[in-house]
Design a protein around this ligand. Structure first.
Ligand code: NDP
Length: 290
């Protein structure tokens, strides 16, 4: 376990459940003073029960400029001139569905949380990060390297987060602020159930004529998602990657987490795009081209 200096502070967004909650509790156990971003007061209570006295839930909706400013002010008041040692941009949602029929408002929602939200929070906390050469850790995904059909909106947002991570890393290098991205494969969290529910709702409310054309293919992807969810690994591996990114003398720029993520990243490196398409269609058991 890494040794954390007394009162090193870290801010995590989307800490109500899943990876964010696991990171908050893991970093708390390591001795960090954790500011855990939640959208509702009641989501902070379980964290307080499970964490130490140091762990402080902070109301933070990454799509709301006022909420971000208030959270930054609250953390600033708590840490004074010490600054913060880390920011983990973890909050994320999944928007799924065929791109042809996707309401553009849904794409805005996807990017609003996963990309623009992450940058807005980063902007707000950079003054505190700069004070002590804090680090930024973005929660990407293997979906930011390889794209799955019908998860286009999510994948687009995670590809964008990859670009944002690289741009920030190069731009902030002058201040010694390290910026890493964690790229998990399937992790057991509530996101799977939430995204299936959201996709069902979206389908039910979409009146586009072309939607029924995708029914068979979409069912194939759903089956593959169910299968991936069954094989999903524990959040602990992601929490350890975040720990490394925040504490290692030389953090990595990218952290692939899970054998599925590593395997898919390798295939993406080795195989030509057409070959990857063929393999993916075979894996998903897509019907033959009409
Ligand atoms: P969860 O659904 O458990 O967690 C998502 C978190 O994001 C929740 O705390 C949620 O809060 C929060 N959130 C959503 N919208 C906002 C918002 N507007 N402002 C602030 N917080 C918000 O899923 P995971 O733990 O799986 O996801 C965490 C991250 O990990 C995401 O970025 C996801 O893309 C990424 N990831 C997950 C993988 C997996 O297999 N689980 C794989 C690869 C990446 P609330 O409860 O209020 O909705």
């Amino acid at each position: 376990m890494a040794l954390v200096l007394p009162m090193q502070s870290v801010v995590i967004t989307g800490a109500s459940t899943g990876i964010g909650a696991a990171c908050a509790l893991h970093l708390d156990a390591l001795g960090f003073r954790v500011f855990a971003g939640v959208r509702r007061h009641e989501d902070g209570a379980p964290l307080r029960v499970r964490g130490s006295q140091r762990l402080l839930p902070v109301l933070l909706d990454v799509t709301d400029a006022v909420s971000i400013a208030q959270a930054a002010a609250q953390v600033h008041e708590a840490v004074g001139g010490e600054g913060i040692a880390g920011l983990v941009n973890n909050a994320g949602i999944v928007v799924a569905g065929p791109l042809e029929v996707l309401p553009i408002a849904e794409l805005r929602k996807q990017f609003g949380v996963n990309v623009i939200g992450a940058l807005a929070v980063t902007q707000a906390f950079l003054p505190l990060l700069r004070v002590r050469r804090g680090r930024i850790v973005n929660m990407g995904s293997i979906a930011g390297r390889v794209t799955v059909p019908f998860l286009g909106p999510y994948s687009m947002s995670k590809f964008a987060l990859e670009a944002m991570t690289t741009a920030l890393r190069l731009e902030l290098d002058g201040w010694g602020i390290e910026v890493s991205i964690v790229e998990p494969g399937a992790i057991a969290t509530p996101i799977w159930e939430k995204s299936i529910k959201a996709a069902d709702l979206l389908q039910a409310s979409t009146t586009h004529d072309a939607l029924p054309l995708y029914a068979e293919h979409f069912a194939c992807v759903r089956r593959a998602i169910d299968e991936a969810a069954r094989r999903a690994i524990s959040v602990d591996a992601v929490a350890r990657a975040v720990e490394h990114a925040l504490t290692a003398r030389r953090p990595r720029t990218h952290y692939l987490v899970g054998s599925d993520a590593k395997f898919r990243a390798l295939l993406a490196l080795l195989l030509p795009h057409r070959m990857q398409d063929v393999l993916l269609r075979w894996f998903l058991k897509f019907p033959r081209r009409r």
